[in-house]
Design a protein around this ligand. Structure first.
Ligand code: SF4
Length: 386
């Protein structure tokens, strides 16, 4: 088990932009969540599959099957994990085939980038090296936020760490980085030259020195603050949100579409910020501290059976018809897919699945889906006229 580095690679996008965040976050313990535990389970499976494929002597088929069996007993296991981790393995196989000669494959490799950021280290999911190319591949099981490999500081720090370790053994000229996020159907790839990476490292080294000393500036923003552990209390983030909500400047009678777009973007983080602040204020009230204007109370609760089996037995004994007590409901399509497993579901029941057009929804321009309008196309008008 490794601890977390103060200047961790996964939080690099934050401490590089907001150098004050690293030392402030130290004050708040890293909370675990089901999503994080689920991610760890999926990573373990993904690593095992890739290790078995490239290093069967280290992890035989029998050992892999034993491990999968054990994992299936975990309450966080989902059959769909199997398909998503297959996607990751398939991507690595294809990436390795793109090398002129079979690359050196490293899995769950600890990389040390402390030359650039004090005490900096992290664990790269997969590193391929060969033919002058260093390829960093990161598996993301989360589906909350789509992650891009472009200019990705986490992967760049892994690349710097891998370069520092392997530069004497392998000539490296080009850097490739990939994010494999199968639950969002997201494969993001990016590349740069080693020179570009090392030029970026000079900048990172300066930012890391400030972050290590708790110096520099706050840089509140949606991407920076989204997962910052101190965000509920951070004044800079609080001021930023309040500004978005209230500092609206001039008040023209009607806003333009341009302004609507800008304001929607600006207000995005406000709702989440309110939730974060409420959670923190609740913990303060529960700890016996005063948050003026607010208090903690018992929320509304729903009645529960103390012993459902006994209750139903008694009801039936008292002539309540069994048909009145139970309802038989099919699982939703998504639930069936989850229990059956993605691949098997597609094979068995895929022919019965259709996807009607979804309700029009407003999303950010970078969303992959095609834009729709209610305007008739020339082809549709022509068809109607005919
Ligand atoms: S909440 Fe945002 S502004 Fe405040 S310390 Fe964290 S990253 Fe910086």
């Amino acid at each position: 088990m490794m601890g977390h580095a103060l200047l961790g690679a996964s939080s690099a996008h934050r401490w590089i932009a907001c150098t004050r965040s690293a030392r402030l976050e130290e004050q708040v313990p890293d909370a675990t969540s089901d999503a994080a535990a689920e991610g760890t389970l999926a990573h373990t499976l993904a690593e095992a599959k890739v290790r078995h494929y490239y290093y069967p002597a280290d992890l035989s088929k029998r050992k892999l099957s034993g491990l999968v069996k054990k994992m299936k007993a975990d309450p966080l296991w989902q059959d769909e994990m199997d398909g998503y981790t297959d996607d990751y393995l398939d991507y690595i196989k294809a990436a390795a085939l793109a090398f002129d000669q079979a690359p050196y494959v490293m899995l769950e490799k600890k990389v040390d980038y402390s030359v650039y950021a004090p005490e900096g280290f992290g664990t790269a999911d997969c590193i391929l090296i060969g033919g002058g190319t260093l390829h960093i591949i990161d598996f993301k099981y989360g589906k909350g936020v789509q992650v891009s490999a472009v200019d990705n500081p986490q992967l760049s720090l892994y690349a710097l760490g891998a370069y520092a370790t392997y530069r004497m053994l392998y000539p490296i000229r080009d850097i490739k980085m990939s994010i494999v996020q199968p639950r969002l159907d997201n494969i993001s790839e990016w590349g740069c030259s080693l020179d570009d990476l090392l030029a970026w490292a000079v900048y990172v080294k300066e930012r890391a020195a400030l972050a290590w000393d708790g110096q520099g500036e706050f840089a509140p923003g949606e991407d920076t603050c989204r997962f910052c552990r101190i965000r509920a209390q951070c004044r800079a983030w609080s001021d930023y949100n309040v500004k978005q909500a209230f500092d609206i400047g001039e008040l023209p009678p009607l806003i333009t579409a341009q302004e609507a777009g800008e304001r929607l973007t600006a207000l995005e983080g406000l709702v989440q910020y309110q939730k974060d602040l409420q959670a923190w204020a609740l913990s303060e009230c529960l700890a016996g501290n005063t948050v003026p204007g607010w208090k903690a109370v018992e929320g509304r609760s729903v009645r529960e059976w103390t012993d459902m089996e006994a209750a139903f037995k008694t009801l039936k004994e008292n002539d309540i018809d069994e048909a009145m007590l139970y309802e038989k409901k099919p699982l939703t399509l998504a639930q069936v897919e989850k229990v059956v497993g993605k691949k098997e579901f597609a094979e068995i029941a895929g022919g019965y699945v259709m996807k009607p057009p979804g309700k029009p929804t407003l999303v950010k321009e970078i969303d992959k889906r095609e834009a729709i309008t209610n305007k008739e196309t020339a082809a549709e008008v022509f068809k109607e006229e005919r």
